[in-house]
Design a protein around this ligand. Structure first.
Ligand SMILES: Cc1ncc(C[n+]2csc(CCOP(=O)(O)OP(=O)(O)O)c2C)c(N)n1
Ligand SMILES: [Mg+2]
Length: 594
């Protein structure tokens, strides 16, 4: 990808930061996304001149938020971390939004930073002082799994190994390691003891005790209408597969919350989006890795001035919560959501719990046999809701087909058409998330989903990280990219082009921060104020942004703005060709608000 740096003569670490590169290599970190800065100039030199800028290779980004979001997207696609290096106090502040998104998404990113020397005698005037803090980790401590600032080169290996292990152990999360300039730039006078990584294995996954299986199986077999709500089970393939098997075995419908992709979109038991029809019927909810159970089982308040959601679940229904969510929370941000109710709480990794549950359930042949009539009946009942859902989606798509600006449903349909035959992966989505209902995803990790921390700016850089993770694998990555979100981090296009990252970016240009337009409408209605003012301070018009032209200024293939619905498919096909040549391509589509 990048020109290899000059050959290194010596392979023995000579400087403090060479040891960090040894560790990055030992953990097979493929990339380190950076925006350069003098506080990690030692590490930068070691990456280039000691490590040869290969595994890890530097990915140059134009903002630290982009660097960390890119690493976040990589972890989401690949299931393992890459690094991000951010300049001291200032770079870390820029990075903090993206670190929060990775934290809320429970994904590993190894964030490395630098600081002016703690030893004040070694500080350069002004710059080393304004860029040093006591301690830098404090800034992000509330939303990383761990942070550290090793005080000597000898302390670096332990610190890194601990950070890596914590970051990659479920529930995962970003970590921050700050390297003092003096530590990085220390000339070594002997070899640094480098522990054998075999002595620090990843911990085995957490399995449920017998009681957890016994009760779950008993209740699942007793239930008349068990349902499955799944949020981040699909982070591991074994979990994804087991959700499918369990749903089939019991004819239990699945409501996918899309923290990860959990269940094939076109499976007749996929009743995602039908919570109001499904949940009131349930007498047992199996909630799998669902931190926001309240959101999943209630109807959002949309009425004037009312913020309280309406419960959909019967108070008699049993709830089983399985997951690891309670193992990782902090008192600062309340991203742990509303306190979850349950009749049975199981702290276990769904990727080991569910396959074992399925195995044990299948062994209950006699009981399942006795229930086969009931199971067939409910399969047929749920099947009717699925057919209605399918018909409604098709109707919406047809009705809006020729509307101008392009309807979102047409956009998804045409995109689906342009991607036919591709092993595609959706790396990001619109604010409404309807693409997840229209695009026929079937495979593990085929839909990576949106920001979990709700911080705009995530979409493009995270998609680039995912596309980098899949580069050369034959997978075709697509970013469905809302315009407002894109404007935060649009300069990531430079990185896309420079590092030849193949990604199709479909910009949904509704020329508005539309989500907020809806809020302003609600407030105006509640206050009896003019609703037509809802667009003030919200619309991204006058001037309209020409994203196609913007892409081209970064050297990226760019088309649009497409205003004529009939022009869409042709342009999407052209863009697909460009991406298949290994490059990014952007199509700007002027589309409806929703
Ligand atoms: C960093 C950040 N700033 C502001 C917001 C508030 N916010 C939530 S959604 C939204 C509008 C998003 O606009 P766009 O990405 O164009 O999506 P649309 O709603 O138009 O589909 C805004 C401003 C946020 N979530 N994150
Ligand atoms: Mg918008």
């Amino acid at each position: 990808m990048m020109a290899k740096a000059q050959k290194i003569e010596k392979h023995r670490a000579e400087w403090g930061s060479d040891v960090i590169v040894d560790l990055l290599k030992a953990f097979e970190i493929e990339y380190v996304a950076i925006n350069p800065g003098a506080t990690f100039r030692g590490l930068h030199d070691s990456l280039v001149n000691y490590g040869g800028n290969h595994s890890p290779e530097i990915v140059l980004c134009t903002h630290e938020e982009i660097a960390v979001a890119l690493a976040h997207g990589y972890a989401r696609a690949k299931g393992k971390p890459m690094g991000a290096a951010v300049h001291n106090v200032v770079g870390l502040q820029h990075a903090s939004m993206a670190i929060y998104n990775a934290w809320a998404d429970r994904l590993p990113v190894i964030v490395m930073g630098g600081t002016g020397p703690m030893d004040t005698a070694n500080r350069r005037p002004w710059i080393d002082w304004v860029h040093t803090a006591l301690v830098q980790g404090n800034l992000v401590r509330d939303f990383v799994k761990w942070d550290d600032q090793p005080a000597s080169v000898e302390a670096v290996p332990d610190s890194f190994i601990r950070a890596y292990r914590l970051s990659t152990t479920d529930p995962m999360g970003p970590v921050y390691i700050c390297y003092d300039g003096d530590v990085q730039e220390k000339q070594l006078d002997g070899e640094v003891t480098f522990p054998s990584l075999d002595r620090y294995p990843a911990p085995l996954p957490l399995q449920a005790p017998e009681e957890g299986f016994d009760k779950t199986i008993r209740w699942l077999l007793e239930a008349k209408k068990p349902i499955i709500i799944a949020d981040t089970v699909g982070r591991k393939e074994a979990g994804f597969r087991a959700v499918g098997e369990l749903a089939e075995l019991l004819a239990a419908p699945v409501l996918d919350q899309f923290g990860r992709f959990n269940f094939p979109v076109q499976h007749p038991l996929n009743l995602t989006g039908q919570a109001d029809k499904v949940i009131p019927q349930a007498d047992l909810v199996l909630a799998l890795d669902v931190p926001d159970l309240e959101g999943a089982t209630t109807k959002r308040a949309q009425e004037r001035g009312n913020r309280r959601p309406t419960p959909l679940l019967s108070s008699n229904a049993k709830i089983i919560n399985v997951g690891l969510d309670d193992l990782l929370l902090r008192a600062w941000a309340t991203d742990f959501n509303k306190l979850r109710e349950a009749d049975l709480m199981i702290t276990a990794d769904t990727a080991v719990f569910l396959p074992e549950l399925v195995r044990r359930l299948k062994a209950e042949k006699e009981k399942l046999g006795n229930l086969s009539g009931d199971i067939d009946k409910r399969r047929a009942d749920w099947g009717k809701i699925y057919e209605d859902k399918k018909a409604a989606l098709e109707k919406e798509s047809k009705t809006k087909w020729d509307e101008k600006p392009v309807s979102m449903t047409r956009l998804y349909a045409e995109l689906g058409e342009a991607l036919k035959g591709e092993d595609w992966v959706l790396t990001n989505g619109s604010s409404q998330g309807k693409e997840n209902l229209y695009l026929p995803a079937t495979r593990f990790n085929q839909i990576l989903g949106k920001y979990k921390g709700g911080g705009l700016g995530y979409g493009l850089p995270a998609s680039l990280g995912a596309a980098l993770a899949h580069k050369g694998s034959g997978k075709f990555c697509v970013d469905i990219q809302p315009d407002g979100c894109l404007l935060f981090t649009v300069s990531a296009l430079w990185t896309a082009v420079h590092h030849k990252i193949p990604l199709l970016i479909v910009v949904c240009s509704n020329r508005s921060y539309f989500n907020d337009e809806e809020h302003q409408e609600r407030v105006a209605l509640a206050r009896n104020r003019p609703v037509e003012n809802k667009t003030i301070g919200i619309r991204i018009e006058d001037p309209d942004v020409d994203f196609g032209a913007m892409a081209r200024t970064y050297g990226c293939w760019g088309a649009g703005p497409i205003s004529e619905p009939k022009d869409l498919i042709k342009t999407l096909r052209e863009a697909v060709k460009v991406v298949k040549e290994g490059k990014p391509a952007l199509v700007d589509v002027v589309c409806q608000m929703r």
